[in-house]
Design a protein around this ligand. Structure first.
Ligand code: NAP
Length: 319
C-alpha cells in the first residue's frame, strides 16, 4: 500500500493467535474487539471499518453489520460460519469467506480418536493406571471398533475424510445428507433415524445453523440404541442436548463422544457427571499446523477482499 494512503480499518470479533494478529496488525489498523471493550470509541470508529475478522465461533448479527456502513468483507477463520448472518451481509453487499479444506484431516483424525477413546475407554484406562486401580484387577472390557458399522450424518469434505480413515479400520460405512452423492461409494439413507438404526457409531459432521438444529433428536438417539455411540464433531446445535442427556442417563443410548456443545464453553453438569461419555473442548481443528493454515487462508481472503482481488474461498452463498 502506498505510504500516503491510510491502512484499512479491521474489527476483530474473536481472540486470535499471534500468527493471525501479527499479519493483520502489519497491514491494517486493527480494532481488537472494540465493540465489546469500548462501545463509545467503537461508535466513533465504526464508519471507518471495512472488514471483520471472525472465528468459527463468532457471532456477527444484523445489528453489528448495520453499525458498519463501510463494511465490505467478513473473513471467518473456520469452515463453519453459522454464527454469521450471511443473509444480512449479502443484503448489504458484504461478502463472507471461510477456510474450508485445510482442516479436514484434523477434524477427521479427532472423530476417529473420539470413537476409539470411547470404545476402548482411553480416558478411564489412563485414570485407572494413574490411581493404582490396576493392581486390584483388570479394566472392564471395551468395545471393538474395527469392523463396526459407521453412520455419517454429513458426507461433505470432512465426512469423506472420516470415511476414508474408517475404511482402513474395516468399518462398513453409510451416510445421510439431503442429497445423494454420486462420487462416493457409500450407502445413502434418507434420514438420520434410518441411519442410526443401522449404525454402531453415528458421527455427526454437518454444518450448524437453522437447517440442522436438533437434527439428532430423541427418535434418532433411540434408533441408535443402548449399544450405540453418538460422536458429535459438528456443532452443539445439531444435537438435542437435553434428549441426549436423558437417553444417556436412562441407558437407552450406549454412550457419546462430544467435541461440541449447545452453549460452549458451558457443559451441563449432568453430562459431565456421566461415565459413558468422552468430552473434549471443541478441538477439532486445534493443532498448531492446521490453525496456521487456517490463519493464512483467512488473512489471504481478507486481503484479497480489501484489495479488489478474487476471493479464495467465499462461502457458497457468496459465490
Ligand atoms: P461441507 O463440505 O459443506 O459438508 C456438509 C455436509 O453436511 C454435506 O454432506 C451436506 O450435504 C450435509 N448437510 C448439510 N445440511 C444438512 C441437513 N440439513 N441434513 C443432513 N445433511 C446435511 O462441510 P465440511 O467442511 O465437511 O464441515 C462440516 C461442518 O463441520 C462445519 O460446517 C462445521 O460446523 C463443523 N466443524 C467442526 C469442527 C470442530 O472443531 N469440531 C471443525 C471444523 C468443522 P447436503 O447439502 O446434501 O445435505
Amino acid at each position: 500500500m502506498p505510504a500516503n494512503l491510510p491502512q484499512p480499518d479491521v474489527l476483530t470479533v474473536a481472540n486470535f493467535p499471534s500468527f493471525l494478529m501479527e499479519p493483520l496488525e502489519a497491514a491494517y489498523t486493527v480494532h481488537q474487539r472494540l465493540h465489546e471493550t469500548d462501545p463509545a470509541l467503537f461508535t466513533r470508529m465504526a464508519p471507518r471499518i471495512r472488514a471483520i475478522a471472525a472465528s468459527g465461533d463468532s457471532k456477527v448479527g444484523t445489528e453489528l453489520i448495520a453499525q458498519l456502513p463501510a463494511l465490505e468483507i467478513i473473513s471467518v477463520m473456520g469452515v463453519g460460519y453459522d454464527g454469521i448472518d450471511v443473509a444480512a451481509a449479502k443484503a448489504r453487499g458484504v461478502v463472507v469467506t471461510h477456510t474450508p479444506g485445510v482442516l479436514n484431516d484434523d477434524v477427521a483424525d479427532l472423530a476417529i480418536g473420539l470413537m476409539l477413546a470411547w470404545a476402548r475407554q482411553l480416558p478411564r484406562a489412563d485414570r485407572y493406571v494413574r490411581c493404582g486401580d490396576w493392581a486390584r484387577g483388570p479394566l472392564p472390557l471395551g468395545r471393538k471398533v474395527s469392523g463396526a458399522r459407521l453412520g455419517l450424518v454429513g458426507m461433505g469434505r470432512i465426512g469423506q475424510a472420516i470415511a476414508h480413515r474408517a475404511a482402513a479400520f474395516g468399518m462398513s460405512i453409510a451416510y445421510t445428507a439431503r442429497s445423494v452423492r454420486a462420487d462416493v461409494p457409500y450407502r445413502h439413507l434418507p434420514t438420520a433415524a434410518a441411519l442410526a438404526a443401522q449404525s454402531d457409531f453415528l458421527v455427526v459432521i454437518t454444518p450448524g445453523g437453522a437447517a440442522t438444529r436438533k437434527l439428532i433428536d430423541a427418535q434418532v438417539l433411540a434408533a441408535l440404541g443402548p449399544q450405540g455411540c453418538l460422536v458429535n464433531v459438528a456443532r452443539g446445535s445439531v444435537v438435542d442436548e437435553a434428549a441426549l442427556i436423558a437417553a444417556l442417563q436412562a441407558g437407552t443410548l450406549g454412550g457419546a463422544a462430544l467435541d461440541v456443545f449447545e452453549n460452549e464453553p458451558a457443559v451441563p453438569q449432568a453430562l459431565r457427571e456421566l461415565d459413558n461419555v468422552v468430552l473434549t473442548p471443541h478441538i477439532g481443528s486445534a493443532t498448531a499446523q492446521t490453525r496456521r493454515a487456517m490463519a493464512e487462508l483467512a488473512f489471504a481472503n481478507l486481503d484479497a477482499g480489501l484489495n479488489g482481488r478474487a476471493l479464495l474461498t467465499p462461502v457458497p452463498e457468496c459465490r
